[in-house]
Design a protein around this ligand. Structure first.
Ligand code: HEC
Length: 194
């Protein structure tokens, strides 16, 4: 060993002619090692827990919400009346926004395709609490069955969310989910066309 920083202090261990020397890692290396370990909890706290900053997840949610608000500027504050719902049912872009809201909040109980799980099948013609399109908005905003179907009115960041997810629910009617629960409630008339 001819390296200048090698101290020729043998530890007296020798295996197959290979001798062990006492060459500790350089100080700067150890400082970096311990430094990164000391830094990691701060990093975790700041970026993952959001203390005291904002977590990456929060920043993402905020970004998504901001984007949605920009899109909502296009349609203003929707009313959950029949005419509005019939109109938006014909606009795939907004039904798609409703679908995204459904995927984020409703699939655990109603299944990924609305075929039902804990909650009822939303794809058939039978409903328990719904006769008209605006009834869907009411059920979603206020909940039913003592909270078994939770009230979403205060959970969504924008009032339009409840209306657009209702429009998506309305669009599920007549689709064939790969797994569907037996119908609940009783058959209701078809949605109005205009
Ligand atoms: C925690 C489980 C759960 C979640 C999450 C949930 N639901 Fe429900 N939902 C239910 C249950 C249970 C019922 C049936 C209540 C009853 O039997 O009266 C129901 C009923 C409904 C109904 C009325 C169906 C009918 O036959 O009248 C609609 C519409 C509905 N949910 C839509 C949604 C939407 C949209 C979301 C997401 C924003 C959602 N649900 C999230 C459990 C849930």
């Amino acid at each position: 060993m001819n390296q200048s920083n090698t101290k020729e202090v043998s530890l007296g261990h020798s295996y197959d002619g290979i001798q062990e020397y006492d060459n500790p890692l350089p100080g700067w290396w150890k400082w970096m090692f311990w430094g990164t370990i000391a830094f990691s909890p701060l990093y975790l706290m700041y970026y993952h827990n959001g203390t005291p900053g904002r977590s990456v997840a929060d920043q993402y949610t905020e970004g998504v919400n901001e984007n949605t608000r920009k899109q909502y500027a296009e349609i203003g504050d929707l009313q959950g009346d029949q005419a509005t719902m019939v109109k938006f049912l014909k606009e795939p872009k907004w039904v798609g926004v409703g679908q995204a809201i459904f995927k984020a909040n409703c699939v655990s109980c109603h299944g990924p395709e609305g075929g039902g799980n804990v909650g009822p099948n939303l794809c058939d013609d039978s409903f328990k609490h719904i006769k008209t399109l605006p009834d869907i908005v009411k059920v979603i905003n206020e909940g039913v069955a003592g909270g078994a179907m939770p009230a979403w009115g205060n959970r969504f960041s924008h009032k339009n969310d409840a209306i657009l997810v209702s429009i998506y629910v309305a669009s599920l009617r007549g689709t064939n989910p790969s797994t569907g629960k037996a119908p609940d409630g009783s058959p209701i008339p078809a949605w109005p066309k205009d």
